[in-house]
Design a protein around this ligand. Structure first.
Ligand code: HEC
Length: 180
């Protein structure tokens, strides 16, 4: 082997090892939309979930700082109410499930720093309607749950529960919050 061959072998080796190094680390910025979708599919995420954040078309609604934090806390409490209700339904405690819904999602559930629904005034009309709709569906669910004590009609419970969570989904699809 002459000197030149040695040299080119070394270059070849370096090139190959560099190439395989590059293959090992994924550069997300160079990924195409198709690559991204394939990766998310592989990770078990739906196309909607994997849509890049820049595609966010939801309307931004600005709340004053205190209202913003209180509203998000209230949201987490809504989810807690749904969760509590489902747990109680699972163990056949329909009245307790109804109480969880009334307490965490009913009309008495206050929004805003002063507990007087003050956050409402910062909501666009469409958002107000969805919020009102959510409380209405929550009340209907609570009535069905109390009836279930006698009827044991779980199909009706699921139907009313789905009506309620549809309101959550509709609003989450349309709006996002920011603090000003
Ligand atoms: C009237 C509109 C509306 C309704 C109805 C609604 N939400 Fe929300 N919720 C929002 C908005 C807006 C956000 C903030 C989303 C964002 O900025 O990305 C939010 C955020 C949340 C969060 C995240 C809280 C956090 O700490 O970040 C949870 C959990 C949540 N909502 C649960 C629920 C559940 C459960 C329901 C139904 C029972 C529900 N929401 C109904 C508007 C709504």
């Amino acid at each position: 082997m002459n000197k030149l061959t040695h040299c080119s072998l070394a270059v070849l080796f370096l090139t190959v090892s560099n190439a395989s190094m590059a293959e090992m680390s994924i550069d997300h910025s160079k990924m195409t939309q198709h690559d991204h979708e394939m990766m998310m599919k592989h990770l078990g995420m739906s196309k909607e979930e994997s849509a890049p954040v820049v595609d966010d078309q939801r309307e931004l609604v600005l709340f004053p700082e205190a209202e913003y934090h209180l509203t998000l806390r209230n949201m987490r409490d809504h989810l807690r109410g749904v969760n509590l209700a489902l747990m109680n339904v699972a163990s056949g405690d329909y009245v307790q499930a109804a109480e969880a819904i009334e307490q965490h999602l009913g009309f008495g559930n206050s929004h805003g720093a002063n507990g007087l629904h003050s956050a409402r005034e910062f909501m666009p009309p469409g958002m107000q309607m969805l919020g009102h709709g959510m409380h209405t569906k929550a009340n209907a669910l609570a009535i069905t749950l109390r009836d279930a004590e006698i009827t044991e009609d779980s199909q009706e419970i699921f139907s009313k529960m789905a009506d309620l969570t549809s309101q959550c989904v509709a609003c989450h699809d349309a709006y996002r919050l920011g603090a000003e």
